[in-house]
Design a protein around this ligand. Structure first.
Ligand code: TXA
Ligand code: MG
Length: 315
């Protein structure tokens, strides 16, 4: 039987950080904010700690995890950087870009992290809480989004509690995340970049930074990033997209000036909409309405990633 914990939410600060680092070093997962979504973090070099992540999330063990580092040196001890990877790191780290790179033979990473792949997904986050936890624990941290597998990602500590109550001891609370959507996942090659998951760092930004074409090979991505399963980020209710008005029994999530139950951005700002998206889905899911409808979101900039998540929520 899986262990059941009493879950505590602690405001981020020196005291909570010390306790979180102790838990990490003892092989326990801890929920911690990043600028994208809250992560469920554990020592990426400790197989039983990594196994505890999979079990808390109910995540299939064939779906590999992202490893978080506090600096580029740590990243280079784990993975092999090509010149293109170096360029992307210089431009977008710390930040919301995850790179899929060949894993080093002596990385020390638990093989469970890669789920059998010869590559590892690495990210250097910008959020001070996650970076401090990596430094304080002295370990690279494997961290998927801190929600039950397949459910909506958490952008607030309360979302983590609602999804993982009893499955994690400690949630570091540092308020709502600023980006609101999971990091972009990209696999840099010598002459092109494969985009495995759209996110805050857009294809146009990757292209501009490297001068290389970006292939949005989502068919590819389904095999390579199993987390990109068609149904994902899914509320428990049916979701209808491109809705211009609410039908009977629908909770309407709006965008721009329109009558609705909750508005992602009355000013029609896609960045603001991204930051509000998952919280809106959580609220719609908990509402009395039996169905969820979402207004059309422009497919530009981070709107591309919003529409990717919405399609999966509706699948
Ligand atoms: O913003 C984020 O990326 C958040 C925060 C916590 O950092 N993390 C996150 O992790 O979204 P998760 O586990 O929910 O998504 C990780 C994705 C999965 O789709 C997984 O399949 C993919 O990364 N992935 C991990 N390792 C991979 C690899 N070696 N090759 C391809 N895809 C990989
Ligand atoms: Mg996830």
């Amino acid at each position: 039987p899986n262990p059941v914990f009493s879950t505590r939410i602690c405001p981020y600060g020196a005291e909570a950080l010390r306790e979180a680092a102790l838990l990490i070093r003892a092989g326990e997962p801890v929920a911690v904010p990043t600028e994208t979504v809250y992560g469920l973090a554990a020592d990426a070099t400790d197989s039983s700690a990594v196994a505890a992540i999979y079990s808390a999330k109910g995540r299939p063990s064939f779906n590999p995890l992202i490893v978080h580092v506090s600096d580029k040196d740590m990243a280079e001890r784990l993975a092999v950087f090509s010149p293109v990877a170096d360029k992307l790191a210089a431009r977008f780290w710390p930040g919301a870009l995850t790179m899929v790179l060949p894993v080093r033979e002596r990385s020390g990473l638990s093989p469970l992290v890669m789920a059998g792949l010869p590559t590892v997904a690495i990210r250097l986050p910008a959020h001070p809480a996650m970076r401090a936890l990596i430094r304080e624990s002295g370990r690279p941290l494997a961290a998927p989004s801190a929600n039950r597998s397949g459910a909506i990602s958490p952008t607030r500590a309360e979302h983590v509690l609602a999804s993982l109550n009893g499955k994690v001891r400690l949630i570091l609370d540092e308020g709502p995340t600023s980006e609101g959507l999971e990091s972009t996942i990209a696999a840099p090659e010598d002459d092109r970049i494969r985009l495995l998951r759209p996110g805050p760092v857009t294809a146009a930004m990757l292209e501009q930074a490297t001068g290389l074409p970006v292939i949005t090979a989502m068919a590819d991505a389904k095999i390579e990033a199993p987390g990109q399963l068609e149904s994902h980020y899914a509320p428990s209710k049916p979701v209808r997209l491109n809705a211009l008005r609410a039908e009977k029994d629908e909770y309407l999530i709006g965008f721009g000036l329109m009558p609705c139950n909750m508005n992602l951005s009355p000013d029609a700002d896609v960045q603001e909409a991204a930051a509000n998206l998952f919280a809106a889905l959580h609220i719609a899911d908990a509402s009395a309405a039996s169905h969820i409808a979402v207004a059309p979101i422009p497919d530009v900039g981070i709107g591309i990633a919003i529409n990717d998540r919405l399609r999966r929520a509706a699948a």
